[in-house]
Design a protein around this ligand. Sequence first.
Ligand code: 5GP
Length: 177
Amino acid sequence: MNTPPTLFSEEEIASQVTVLATEIDEAYADADLLVLIGVLKGSFIFLADLARKLTIPHRVEFIAVSSYGTRESETADSVRLLMDVRHPVVGEHVLLVEDIVDTGHTLAYLKRLLGARNPASLKTCTLLHKPDRTEEEVELDFLGFTIPDVWVVGYGLDYAERYRTLPYIGELPPEMR
Ligand code: 5GP
């Protein structure tokens, strides 16, 4: 299998995850407990690394939403809940952990969904952001990297379920799709 060219190396990702964990530790220093909600499937590796770098007390949850089959085949605002969190989040400090924000529809949908459950606070942490693709503005409280409009894979991100476990983040050129 050909491997996609590197956009961010393992070392660059690890150091940025450490920066994010430090920012999150500081932001929630006074909170009793932080509930991390990873958005499946793409965020599972990022969440695993981020959570293990946190020093504040935290709990891990997952939520799953529909994602694109291929970029062209589904409209971006057709977000569907596939699996909900297992515990209510009322009165809790919630941090949504997302792999990548593209149009913004997924994160906007999840903020509306969870915000309606009256958490004590609700913020977002996303590893990657494509500002050129924004259709719905969502506040990104903790952000790893800003990237151009390219298709990225690895470190949890896939293309039709391939490349998800590449240790680095690569840019998938059109001829490899
Ligand atoms: P949004 O709702 O912001 O348009 O899309 C968010 C979701 O689209 C992400 O969670 C991810 O599943 C998918 N996505 C958007 N851009 C990329 C990309 O470059 N690579 C991969 N693997 N998934 C992407």
